[in-house]
Design a protein around this ligand. Structure first.
Ligand SMILES: [Zn+2]
Length: 388
């Protein structure tokens, strides 16, 4: 299940940062830590995702994600190791080990994919995702589980020769940032609750750990070199963060201004293009949105969201043939998204292939009867004269 769910979450977070060296480095830190920790979990794969908010998560098969919004807040390798150690703590304590059942897996995927608003009869689909990254694919942990993972994390850090102090330091910075921009930390706080008691416990636990006899020699120059490219994106990332907060507050005009500024700073940034396109789409400016979505698709052809965005925009612009092609591409990159079945139904109906469309609507309704997409599918079956 992990192998199927993790790619969907990574894609909701706008895919991987396009910097192979950075990934190799981050993964090396994760694997060294895991080896030193003697963790029984499967070898981890660490991915830096393009999302702008602050979050990190893990899936039972060992996939760990960290957003670039968080990575740029970290100051050295030991802090990165601390974030990864916390996720390894969740994995090592078996908190995420229980596999989800197939039906639960599908329910979560359904909840995460289709979000529909009925603008008009022809454009039922706006693929707006939560810009601040909340996702039903992510696990919720209790405050007790958080403390357990923190304690394990600091033990792993010590075993690997990193200062355990790195983790409470990161938690303190998170708490500070949460005061200034609570929206950016809403997701991580929901799934990994952080309160004063937890921070206090983390500080206390450091005192109880015996320092490793072999202190790891980290190279600050290596950290700076690996993070250099990402650090240059910080002004654009910060502009996008403001844009996403505005989007969350339904202030789409302000949001578009922030995304526009991010675009001036980093015109070749995939995530900025996707967000700007989504913002314009939400304002009903489909044609302008499509231009940015198409550029995004060219910038990061292997990432699925831009293909989906192009598909929904082509549907609103009544070019169902192009929408169909984009959906096929999306499905190849990210198979198993139930939302695609629905969107394909809409495209097929627009192409005049009503029998085929009805099959898609029915398949979708077998998966769920809830939500606006299901309502729409039901109403179309009735209108086309097919039994639901
Ligand atoms: Zn946690």
């Amino acid at each position: 299940m992990d192998a199927q769910l993790a790619p969907h979450q990574f894609s909701l977070d706008l895919g991987f940062v396009q910097d192979g060296d950075l990934h190799a480095y981050v993964e090396r830190v994760g694997r060294d830590l895991q080896a030193a920790a003697n963790s029984q979990a499967q070898p981890c794969t660490v991915r830096v995702v393009n999302a702008h908010h602050v979050n990190s998560y893990s899936f039972p098969g060992g996939s760990i994600g960290i957003t670039r919004g968080w990575l740029v807040m970290l100051r050295d390798e030991s802090e990165l190791a601390a974030v990864l150690a916390h996720q390894l703590g969740h994995l090592g304590s078996q908190q995420v080990a229980q596999a989800l059942s197939r039906s639960e897996w599908r329910r979560r995927l359904l909840a995460s994919t289709v979000s529909v608003s009925q603008d008009s009869a022809w454009t039922p689909v706006i693929g707006l995702v939560d810009p601040l990254g909340d996702s039903p694919l992510l696990r919720d942990f209790t405050p007790e589980q958080e403390i357990e993972a923190d304690v394990l994390a600091m033990r792993y850090l010590t075993r690997a020769g990193y200062p355990a102090q790195a983790w409470p330091r990161v938690l303190d910075r998170l708490a500070e940032r949460a005061q200034a921009q609570p929206g950016l930390l809403a997701t991580i706080n929901r799934h990994h609750p952080l309160d004063d008691a937890r921070r206090r416990r983390a500080h206390e636990s450091v005192g109880q750990l015996r320092d490793s006899t072999t202190r790891r020699r980290t190279a600050p120059a290596l950290w700076s070199a690996q993070l250099a490219w990402l650090q240059r994106q910080v002004p654009a990332i910060e502009a996008c963060q403001l844009g996403e907060l505005a989007m969350l507050g339904q202030d789409l005009v302000t949001a578009a201004t922030h995304f526009g500024r991010a675009l001036q700073i980093a015109s070749d940034d995939y995530a900025t293009r996707v967000r700007l396109a989504q913002c314009l789409q939400a304002q009903g400016h489909s044609r302008e949105a499509l231009l940015h979505a198409q550029v995004a698709r060219e910038l990061h052809p292997g990432e699925a969201q831009a293909h989906r965005l192009v598909a929904t925009l082509q549907l609103s612009l009544r070019d169902a043939a192009k929408a169909w092609l984009a959906l096929e591409q999306y499905d190849r990159l990210l198979p198993g998204d139930p939302g695609v079945i629905f969107l394909q139904g809409v495209a097929l109906e627009a192409l005049g292939r009503t029998r085929h469309a009805a099959e898609h609507y029915r398949t979708y309704l077998r998966l769920t009867r809830e939500g606006q997409a299901a309502q729409y599918a039901l109403s179309r079956l009735k209108a086309l004269g097919y039994p639901p």
